[in-house]
Design a protein around this ligand. Structure first.
Ligand code: ZN
Length: 499
């Protein structure tokens, strides 16, 4: 059998799996949006059946042999074929390192813990969750050891979300970020703005909000012929093979919530819509990593949509839609969308403090995996950490260690991808500016397509051709550091101090 023929077999298998995966996601999207409440059990069964079929197809002996054969003959592959084989082999090796019993035990544990977390959070009862977290930590250590006994267990887990990232790189990058954030947060505290309502708080009818969101998404380049915007309790986006479903949630008293969650999810959606459709189902046509995915949402949400240029362009349209903005100046709106106040809750944090919430979680989850922190001691470690990172201490575990579902759903090593996303987004914004000219003027003129084209070329079309760190390095012409993010946040601080 020729190597061309083997590669052909691989693409056929991967694309069939991708088709099944798309069907599975459509069921999940419907479950989160329009599914009537009485059919949950049936839907769980349909989803389970498809997921099991997919898992089986990915682990059959024939498929595993095919990948090994291609890998052994990789010298005969073209560079673009090698990308597909390399990434498929990498993912498959991680999967097959775990025996079926461990895979089953792990998914049952995660499902149970997730359900317990819902009750524990509602009842502020960390003790109920603690034994599950202990088992999750222990199971994740075993998973890491199965995949690679010789490497740092946390790094092996981290790589499941951010392939190629190392703990050493994160440590030095996060230390630089923390040192740079400290003075910004201190300056923020001194200039703490009062709780008076700002321009985008007031009365904003939902129909007009929906129309305005749609208009903003269209202007930044989201293709509604290949996507939708709907409502969900917890906004998310989901790609069903180039058909991108975005969701948001509305607050009639605050324009910011829905608008910024829409733009955030829209950024994820632009990435998915910009992937190479001719490589459907293949690593070349798939998103690079969670960190890169988050960089695309943060780029549009923070670097574009919280800027003066963006609002210079959209304020007239916003005033047409919302009479309550009649007397709002550009400065009022900028102040409103950048307003900073300390929060105990990560998802409600302002942009300047946000990454400190992540750095704390990174420190704690590494200690959990290393065994220097026990799950049962998390609440105390959390309060101590919040005090040292952010200067605030939660009165309850509900507003503390129980606020995020990640650990309870088994995701250890996931949190750093949020901050990597912010770092990459700022680096991309500053590199784009050097390449296409001042962003402020471009945005004020509404020329969003220039930015989108740049991202398409540098990031979207590249799929998994390179690992995240190398992809960003190539896009910006040097290794990424937190410097651009710190500069961006410093500008945000000065904007707040001026208004
Ligand atoms: Zn996101």
């Amino acid at each position: 059998v020729s190597i061309e023929n083997l590669y052909e077999q691989l693409t056929t298998a991967l694309q069939a799996n991708a088709d099944l995966g798309a069907a599975l996601r459509l069921l999940q999207w419907d479950q989160e949006t329009y599914m009537p409440p009485g059919v949950a059990a049936g839907r769980a069964r349909h989803i389970g059946a498809l997921a099991a079929t997919l898992h089986e197809r990915r682990t059959t002996a024939g498929f595993l042999d095919l990948i090994d054969e291609l890998w052994s003959q990789r010298n005969g592959l073209a560079p673009w074929q090698l990308v597909d084989v390399r990434e498929t082999k990498w993912r498959t090796d991680r999967q097959r390192a775990l025996d079926t019993a461990l895979v089953r035990e792990r998914s049952v544990l995660h499902a149970e813990a997730r359900a317990v977390w819902v009750g524990a959070r509602a009842g502020d009862d960390f003790a109920a969750l603690a034994p599950y977290l202990e088992r999750i930590v222990e199971t994740e250590r075993r998973v890491a050891a199965c995949i690679d006994t010789d490497r740092d267990a946390y790094e092996v887990l981290l790589e499941g979300y951010e392939p190629g990232m190392t703990v050493a790189r994160l440590d030095s990058c996060f230390a630089e970020l923390r040192a740079g954030l400290q003075p910004l947060v201190e300056a923020l505290d001194e200039s703490a703005s009062a709780g008076a309502p700002t321009a985008l708080e007031g009365s904003f009818p939902l129909d007009q909000q929906r129309t305005f969101n749609q208009r903003v998404l269209e202007r930044i380049g989201f293709d509604f012929k290949r996507g939708r915007l709907d409502v969900a309790a917890h906004p998310f986006s989901m790609s069903i093979g180039g058909d991108v479903r975005l969701t948001t949630r509305y607050d009639p008293g605050d324009l910011r919530y829905s608008l910024y969650s829409t733009i955030h999810e829209g950024g994820h959606g632009l990435y998915e819509q910009g992937l190479d459709a001719t490589a459907w189902g293949l690593p070349r046509g798939e998103p690079c990593s969670l960190g890169v995915h988050e960089s695309q949402s943060r780029f549009w949400e923070n670097n574009v949509a919280r800027s003066a240029g963006f609002w210079q362009h959209f304020l007239p349209a916003a005033k047409e839609s919302f009479p309550s903005l009649d007397s709002a100046s550009l400065g009022d709106v900028l102040h409103s969308v950048n307003k900073a106040k300390p929060s105990l809750i990560r998802t409600e944090s302002d942009e300047i403090r946000y990454n400190l919430h992540i750095l704390l979680r990174y420190e704690l989850e590494r200690a959990l995996i290393e065994g220097t922190l026990l799950a049962r001691d998390l609440p105390a470690a959390w309060r101590e950490g919040m005090s040292s990172f952010l200067g605030v201490v939660p009165q309850s575990d509900r507003d503390g260690v129980l606020q995020d579902v990640h650990w309870a759903s088994g995701a250890i090593g996931y949190f750093p991808t949020y901050t990597l996303g912010n770092i990459y987004a700022a680096e991309l914004a500053s590199a784009a500016e050097q390449s296409v000219g001042p962003l402020h003027d471009l945005l004020a003129r509404g020329e969003f397509h220039v930015l989108l084209d740049w991202l398409r070329r540098k990031i979207h079309r590249r799929g998994q051709t390179l690992r995240a760190h190398e992809l960003i390095t190539e896009a910006i012409g040097r290794e990424p550091t937190p410097a651009s993010l710190l500069k961006h946040l410093d500008e945000t601080l000065r904007l707040l101090q001026a208004s």
